[in-house]
Design a protein around this ligand. Sequence first.
Ligand SMILES: [Zn+2]
Length: 289
Amino acid sequence: MKDYMIRGMDKERNFRFFGANTKNMIRTACENHQTTPVVSAALGRTMTGAAMMARMLKRDTDRVSILIKGDGPIGGIVVEANGLGHVKGYPYQAQVDIPSKPDGKLDVSGAIGNAVMTVIKDMGLKEPYTGQVAMLSGEIADDLTFYFAVSEQTNSLVILGVLVDVDYSIKQSGGIIIQVLPDAKDEAITELENKVKDFESMTRYLDEGQTIEEIMGRLLEDIEIMEKIEVDFKCDCSKYRMERGLISIGKQELEEIIDQEENIELVCHFCNHKYDFARDEIKKIVEKL
Ligand SMILES: [Zn+2]
């Protein structure tokens, strides 16, 4: 089954929600980057959150980037998603091995360390919208909740989960964001809070074979699904984009490359695709500058 994302509201219009099953998407990302389990969890949670946040924007071409920069062994995470359900991401360090927490869970906050999370929303305007928060938890879902409260004045429930198998493959991955609408009734909010207390674990429910719709139904009464779209790891890199990157290096540096190298190989950070530029091609780029 392909990964998909749902968007909807409860019948009484107290909440809007987003939910995504992202197992294949995260599997592709983690295979591309050869991540260790704690990095898979950190990257997978961030990508799943970004996928849903991109769907909150108006147009399919609008983009959300989440940039995490911390002093832990991962160093940072970069994720980008658009409204079409295309998501890409990479960790600064993919091979991080730190002990799990006493309860056996992967120590994502320990791997990220003291960090800052920056959310950039590019909606095709002159300037993208940028919001930044200190990551108080480092477990990503709570940090996104904090971001929504501080930067967007929205009360949200964010649940993200990645289950890594013993062979390091991704066994389950998914997430939910529920946001309180302006006219929500107090009783409905209290009811949701009570249900959250009984909610055990995203990945556990997924592993039992429950769909994202069924898991949403554990938290909200009478849900109405308004749309369902595919989500996928997709990188939009191209030789042209890489050429733009080369130009940004500057004429002088490029001339030095021409003097020293037969050809150069550029690697896309997001998907590890390699692009070769022969000396003649670089010469042509320099001539245009
Ligand atoms: Zn790429």
